[in-house]
Design a protein around this ligand. Structure first.
Ligand code: ADP
Ligand code: MG
Length: 635
């Protein structure tokens, strides 16, 4: 017997989670194992295109199900690619999919919430332990002579041994069923499950009597599924349930899809596509290794699920199948990169997905119809990447985008925003920061608020990337309230009284010059503000420079040494500013002290760390102390 090896640390937790959260759906183990068998057949079929000898005497593929009532075992066997012992240790004994471990960190103990979350990733092979006390995986890697067996109880680890058991090709997974799982030995139950969950599998799934070797069948096995590529069947012959099961299989997901696109293209190119948009964000949506889940087939033969060029990164939540009639069957995966046919298909696929999202965005919100806003909530930040990188579709994506704004608590489209613009308003106003609530209290919004002008509240890091390249919406540019000079004086109404602040104001100019001298390099300039009505000061970015949040982002990522390009804006009508402007010369020191405090205050409002918190607190202390002393005796 081979030495017992421990599972990687996460595996125990995945198993626990699976067994507890999915227990009521434990019959899914069968579709997971059949799905793996089907993937393995796909892989060998592809390999055999260049190495036909791998198939030996048997050019065909099948998946065999064997229920052995005497032994209490259920076996799922395939003619696929097989695994070497190293591969079994790596694939069956660790949590392979990147990000799974981090994802698990986010899971709460609440079983209900967990079963929601588990919808975000396929549990795969481990599902076997919901029904089995012991699992033995016999496998013979294509092109290799030896057969190995991996055994585990799903708790304490696994063993690996070479075996004499005869496996002609591929893998046989033998489940020693738990006492309360013997129902899965009944032919009726097995057939039902296959028809419900696995009918879309493109290889024949046959149920037969146990033979000698693991996974071998005797008698006349019965084919249970339709065994034709689902995407090649006419739509009218496919039920919603079959589509959904196919989605679960292809996306490794459990959620109901938001929508599906099933189409055939004929003309310059001929291809069939079956694509799904999920309703729930997969756990690894922001993992840099995350790729789209669309598999490429050529005339029903699986080629690859790794073709990045097939869809842009910002559609990495889409999954499904594209089956081309134009590509050569023996196309190598390498030549698929930068391939003209692939590039054309990509264009077509992007167009279809965006068409569909536009259709859904227009649907009335009612029970049972796809919920576009929920979709946007989950995937909006990813689609916005397209507003940055996909110039050709930027306009369409901009229309699809939804935003938080100062108008109510929900999402708004730019179309709706435009309809609410005030007469005389010539730009779409934005402000960016880390969260909606904090943004609503920003001093830079004050004038817009007073005028009743709506402002978009941007909280996705990606906003700082697409905004500078955007052409605006419907002829109206975006303007940032923390950067651009925004003139709202043309707009009627509101409660501000511009007449109060004289344009020519030498006392104020003197104060600004003095503040500039005091603050030196901490800011680029000190100038009068038009955007403040309540606060004394605020920070803004230099027009043409980086916006405030983006500058902080760059500094955080060590792309900038200091936050230097900013301007301190001063509210000319604020009582404190007036008092500072009119202070006699012998109070110069106090004015300078206040100037430093005001800058720190503006930083705090921005959520920035203070460069010298000690100095801030000493100044604050002196100021508080002075406020308690009778006037005239201040230091
Ligand atoms: P997934 O199918 O999502 O990759 P699984 O947990 O279902 O995750 O399977 C893990 C890995 O184990 C697979 O990616 C594959 O490499 C390997 N594997 C599982 N079953 C088989 C099989 N029947 N034949 C070959 N490889 C298999
Ligand atoms: Mg799987």
């Amino acid at each position: 017997m081979g030495e017992r090896q421990a599972f990687a640390a996460d595996v125990g937790r995945v198993l626990d989670l699976v067994i507890h959260s999915l227990y009521t759906h434990r019959e899914i183990f069968l579709r997971e194992l059949i799905s793996n068998a089907s993937d393995a057949c796909d892989k060998l079929r592809y390999e055999s295109l260049s190495r036909p000898e791998l198939l030996g005497e048997r050019p065909d593929f099948e998946i065999r199900i064997v229920a052995d009532k005497d032994k209490g075992t259920l076996t799922i066997a395939d003619d696929g690619i097989g695994m070497t012992p190293d591969e079994m240790a790596a694939n069956l004994g660790t949590v392979a999919r990147s990000g799974t471990a981090q994802f698990l960190e986010t899971l709460s103990g609440d079983a209900k919430a967990d079963s929601q979350l588990i919808g975000k990733f396929g549990v795969g092979f481990y599902a076997a332990f919901m029904v089995a006390d012991e699992v033995a995986v016999f496998s013979k890697k294509a092109g290799v002579d030896s057969t190995w067996v991996w055994r585990s109880d799903g708790r304490t680890g696994f063993t690996l041994d070479e075996t004499d058991a005869h496996v002609e090709r591929g893998t046989a997974v033998v489940l020693k069923l738990k006492d309360d799982a013997k129902e899965f030995l009944e032919a009726g139950r097995i057939k039902d499950l296959i028809r419900t969950y696995s009918d879309h599998v493109a290889f024949p799934i046959r149920l037969g009597e146990p033979g000698e070797a693991p996974g071998a069948q005797t008698g006349e096995p019965e084919q249970i599924n339709t065994a034709s590529a689902l995407w090649r069947r006419p739509k009218s012959e496919i039920t919603d349930e079959q589509y959904t099961e196919f989605y679960h299989h292809s996306a490794h997901a459990f959620d109901p899809p938001l929508t599906r696109l099933h189409f055939s293209v004929e003309g310059v190119l001929t291809y069939t596509g079956l694509l799904f948009v999920p309703s729930m964000a997969p756990f690894d949506l922001y993992d840099p290794h995350r790729r789209h889940g669309v598999k490429l087939y050529v005339r029903r033969v699986f080629i690859t699920d790794h073709l990045d060029d097939l869809l842009p990164r910002y559609l990495r939540f889409v999954s499904g199948v594209v089956d081309s009639d134009d590509l050569q069957l023996n196309v190598s995966r390498e030549t698929l990169q930068k391939n003209a046919i692939v590039a054309k298909m990509r264009q077509g696929l992007v167009k279809r997905v965006l068409d569909e999202l536009e259709r859904i965005a227009k649907l009335p919100t009612e029970e049972g119809s796809p919920d576009y806003l929920a979709f946007w909530e989950a995937f909006g930040a990813v689609l916005k990447e397209g507003m940055y990188e996909d110039g050709a579709n930027r306009e369409r994506l901009t229309k699809l985008a939804r935003f938080r704004s100062t108008h109510g608590d929900g999402w708004t489209s730019l179309e709706d925003y435009a309809a609410r613009m005030k007469p005389g308003q010539d730009a779409i106003l934005t402000i960016s920061g880390d969260n909606v609530e904090a943004l609503k209290g920003s001093p830079q919004l004050e004038q817009a608020k007073a005028k009743g002008v709506e402002v978009l509240l941007l909280t996705d890091a990606i906003d700082d990337f697409w905004l500078p390249v955007s052409d605006g919406f419907d002829g109206k540019p975006f303007k940032s309230l923390t950067r651009d000079a925004v003139d709202l004086s043309q707009i009627e109404g509101g409660t501000t009284d511009e007449a109060e602040a004289p344009v020519d104001d030498p006392t104020l100019d003197r104060l600004l010059a003095r503040m500039k001298l005091t603050l030196q390099d901490a800011v680029k300039d000190v100038r009068r503000s038009k955007r403040l009505t309540e606060s004394a000061v605020c920070l803004v970015a230099d027009e043409g420079g980086f916006d405030l949040r983006f500058e902080r982002f760059l500094k955080q990522h060590k792309q900038l040494d200091a936050l230097a390009g900013r301007i301190l804006e001063v509210n000319p009508t604020h009582p404190l500013i007036r008092a500072m402007a009119e202070a006699p010369d012998h109070e110069a020191e106090r004015v300078e002290e206040l100037a430093r405090l005001l800058l720190d205050q503006a930083r705090v409002v921005e959520g920035e760390p203070l460069p010298d918190p000690g100095a801030f607190s000493r100044r604050m202390g002196r100021l508080l102390q002075a406020s308690l002393q009778p006037s005239g005796t201040a230091p």
